[in-house]
Design a protein around this ligand. Structure first.
Ligand code: SKM
Length: 271
């Protein structure tokens, strides 16, 4: 069996290391590779994948474009307008989005219960959307912190209509959200280039779990700030791990060997 992650750029992806470790630990005879799809060549690649691969993950910038090739799309992926996992059943392509569920599993594993608890999500782009959707499904009380208030407002209304729960929107600024959230998520690309986080985290509670969806660098300046304030911190590797584990449910109908996969991820980063 053959599996892959497609994207551009994608050579940096840790999915091959993670899934190959899982296959080895579970005795699954399969391969997993990273495939760069050049701009404008998605048609040809999807054709090739549907002939040769049993399933694949999709990362930037093809999560939205993938939808038009699919025979069926899960409700969540449809609502997000983005697919990150495809299952190929004899040429029929089924699409899912496991990013949000992966995020929720990661924070639950760290002891955070979303239901009824306050969560602040910084950002309203693709990654943040998946996380917000999944947290709303879990009945968390969500505040979106974003520079572009119109974009955040549109997302909030969409979530409210879907789940019937209020979603707050506040500007990218210090505020009450910092004091009252038990979970603060950094969901923008800020920090990927090691740039300083443009907000001073002030007055947040020590017990807060601060999560950055970025995993390169492993510790962004947002996480450094949060750690210095005594918060518990988590980087984007845990979300990568659990979104990959959910893909196993879809591809193989079985639980992924999460511990083996986590170990492979961290040791790949140490190299
Ligand atoms: O949604 C995931 C995708 O499934 C795999 C990935 C990666 O390999 O870096 C990142 C995320 O976009």
């Amino acid at each position: 069996m053959r599996y892959a992650v497609i994207g551009n750029p994608v050579k940096h992806s840790l999915s091959p290391v993670m899934h190959m470790a899982g296959f080895l630990a579970s005795g699954i005879d399969a391969s997993y590779e990273a495939i760069t799809v050049p701009s404008g060549e998605l048609d040809a690649y999807v054709q090739m994948l549907s002939e040769q691969y049993h399933g694949w993950n999709i990362t930037y910038p093809y999560k939205e474009d993938m939808i038009k090739y699919l025979d069926d799309v899960s409700e969540e992926a449809q609502a997000l307008g983005a697919v990150n996992t495809v299952k190929n059943e004899r040429g029929k392509l089924y699409g899912y989005n496991t990013d949000g569920a992966g995020f929720v599993a990661a924070v639950q594993n760290a002891g955070f219960v979303p239901a009824g608890n306050r969560v602040a999500v910084i950002g309203a782009g693709g990654a943040a959307r998946a996380v917000i959707y999944a947290l709303a499904k879990e009945e968390a009380e969500i505040t979106i912190v974003n520079r572009n208030q119109q974009k955040a407002g549109e997302l909030a209304r969409q979530i409210e209509n879907k789940f019937g729960r209020p979603v707050n929107c506040v500007p990218f600024d210090k505020g009450e959200w910092m004091l009252s959230s038990g979970l603060i998520i950094q969901g923008t690309p800020i920090g990927m280039q090691d740039e300083p986080f443009p907000l001073v985290l002030e007055g947040i509670k020590e017990k807060v779990l601060a999560v950055d969806l970025i995993y390169k660098p492993l510790q962004t300046n947002f996480l450094k700030q949060a750690q210095n304030l005594g918060c518990r911190i988590m980087n984007g590797l845990e979300m990568l791990l659990y979104q990959g584990a959910y893909a196993w449910d879809i591809w193989f109908g079985r639980k992924a060997p999460v511990e083996n996969m986590r170990k492979a991820l961290y040791s790949a980063l140490e190299k």
